[in-house]
Design a protein around this ligand. Structure first.
Ligand code: GLC
Length: 567
């Protein structure tokens, strides 16, 4: 056989192998997800607020940085008491963001670019300005018990009326709000302007499925399901609600943490909804074809609870319960903490479901560049993309935007504003986010240096590292994560975290990340000589340089590297 024929055979075999290695991986299993906060991403009309046409105009950027699917925080009609998480009309776009036509154009462009669009589905509550709530207040036919209405308790001595239970809402203050018109209390797990739906009502459940169908018909690829742990509450058969117990965490009686949440969070019935929606989504796919319409569930809950979201042995639910284990990590973080948090997930979720995802940041929590410390801004990007499964990145974190202290009082702003400032595209007016005279939140003044355009031109910038990692994630060694022995991870020392990814003895990648401010060295990590392929700015090495790991490897403070070996 000639050398050319041999070469062709080798290539063919490799192709066949890589198809078989990756074909058992559905798109959501090894994706790079990107969260867009629509108000802050790109303003197309100069009103200082981001919008759909703005997003459409920036979709190529998502392609450039290797994104699989973009999740849009709510874009529905809303009075914006909770920035869109208070939905007034579930099947219309808020004029601030544009129109349904704009949305259709966004989807069309995204699909043209082979990008998926994930919508935020907010089924736990609506706005009090939603027509359904207003009909419910009036006890209109069919809407009477769309929400959770209760008379409350009347003190036999004073005659004073009190809420049905002592529950505090997630945003503090009572979870029950009195409605003068209907002369009853309604339940609100979040703001009083976000009344909770009554999921025991089959009509409501039908309506929510119709909402999902509406958006699927417009081409939406997946949903991020908001606030899953809060769907249901404990109610006794006699109609009363049990008080929760004092937790001892705070003396502030209004605070959410004042009570433990055994009756208002993670109720076993919550998961039924996920199973119901999954059945609908699978059926939709059977009827309409196309790829899996996935459900990404938001839940700050223990892994044992999240495991039931995926399945309980008889039913299947959300494919991707979000993994928030890296969110509490702060500037005291060590490699050992990371190992502990990663193992907490993997020991249950990987062992049982072969499923992992790694959320680096979101619109509710301090940004990684601030939370973990500026020096570690690239380390989490590397780790979240090198671990098996799906990565979830919040807009701006790919360039290391920090939190910005916005000057405001609790009454005129949201405690999460510091992580919602406008995207920093370039050094022009308003960071290229808006041509308007002002923006809804101020642009961080650091934008002149810290922006997409500047980082495109800097080797080892946060953006370049992000792009390199998303590209790496698409290679065979990273895709073959379901294979036995395909990966390992752990703390090599208190400060150094290691991840190894291998592709059937053909190729190996090794990540070494030093979280600490001291030099670290390791002798004889493996008998391989490896090549530096990705380096952070703290590294004294060069791309393409080689290191014999049977001897010694040295890591500078905060240095993170990706090494490669090929047979
Ligand atoms: C989720 C959202 C958060 C919102 C809350 C109520 O936690 O991420 O932003 O305020 O639900 O809808």
């Amino acid at each position: 056989m000639s050398a050319t024929v041999l070469q062709i055979l080798k290539v063919l075999l490799l192709c066949l192998w890589s198809v078989s290695a990756t074909s058992d991986v559905d798109w959501w299993e090894s994706a790079t997800l990107y969260q867009i906060y629509p108000r802050s991403f790109m303003d197309s009309n100069g009103d200082g607020v981001g919008d759909l046409n703005g997003i459409t105009s920036r979709l190529e950027f998502l392609k450039e940085i290797g994104i699989t699917a973009a999740w849009l925080s709510p874009i529905y009609k809303s009075p914006m008491a909770d920035m869109g998480y208070d939905v007034a009309n579930f099947t219309d776009i808020d004029p601030l963001f544009g129109t349904l036509k704009d949305f259709d154009a966004l989807i069309a462009k995204a699909h043209e670019l082979d990008l998926k669009i994930i919508l935020d589905f907010v089924p736990n509550h609506s706005s009090d300005e939603c027509e359904w709530f207003q009909k419910s207040v009036l006890r209109e036919d069919g809407y009477d018990d769309f929400y959770i209405w209760e008379d409350g308790k009347v003190d036999p001595v004073t005659g004073e009326r009190k809420p049905p239970s002592n529950w505090n809402s997630v945003f503090n203050g009572p979870m029950w709000t009195w409605n003068e018109q209907r002369q009853q209390y309604y339940l609100n797990q979040f703001l009083p302007k976000q009344p909770d739906f009554n999921f025991t009502n089959p009509q409501l459940r039908k309506k929510l499925i119709e909402v999902m169908r509406f958006w699927l018909d417009r081409g939406v690829d997946a949903f991020r399901i908001d606030a899953v742990p809060h769907f249901r509450e404990m109610r006794f058969e006699n109609g009363t609600y049990p008080d929760e117990f004092v937790s001892g965490f705070t003396n502030d009686t209004n605070h959410y943490q004042y009570y433990t949440h055994i009756y208002t969070k993670d109720q076993p019935e919550n998961v039924e909804l996920l199973y119901e929606w999954r059945e609908f989504l699978d059926e939709y796919q059977r009827l309409h074809g196309g790829e899996t319409r996935a459900m990404i569930a938001e839940a700050y809950s223990p892994v044992e609870v999240l495991s039931t979201y995926i399945n309980n042995g008889t039913h299947v639910g959300s494919q991707v319960p979000m993994n928030f284990n890296f969110i509490p990590l702060n500037n005291q973080v060590t490699a050992e903490h990371v190992e502990y948090m990663a193992k907490n997930w993997m020991d249950v979720m990987w062992t049982r479901h072969k499923m992992a995802n790694w959320v680096v940041g979101n619109h509710d929590n301090s940004r990684p560049a601030t939370r973990l410390g500026w020096q570690r801004r690239d380390i989490m990007t590397i780790i979240a993309h090198a671990l098996p499964g799906t990565s979830v990145t919040y807009y701006g974190d790919e360039i290391g935007m920090p939190d910005m202290n916005t000057e405001c009082t609790p009454s005129n702003c949201d405690f999460r504003d510091p992580v919602r400032t406008p995207m920093q595209w370039d050094a022009s007016k308003n960071a290229g986010f808006s041509a308007g005279n002002s923006t809804w939140l101020p642009v961080n003044p650091n934008y002149k240096q810290l922006n997409v355009q500047a980082q495109r031109g800097i080797a080892r910038s946060t953006l370049q590292i992000f792009k390199s990692m998303t590209a790496l994630k698409k290679t065979a060694a990273f895709k073959a994560f379901k294979k036995e022995g395909g990966f390992s991870f752990g703390a090599l020392s208190k400060q150094v975290f290691q991840i190894v990814r291998t592709d059937a003895k053909r190729e190996e990648y090794r990540v070494l990340a030093n979280f600490g401010s001291q030099f670290e060295y390791f002798d004889g990590l493996t008998n391989k000589t490896m090549e530096y392929v990705i380096l952070t700015s703290y590294s004294p090495h060069r791309i393409g340089e080689r290191v014999d790991l049977s001897k010694r490897i040295l890591l500078m403070p905060y240095e993170a590297v990706v090494l490669r070996w090929a047979a």
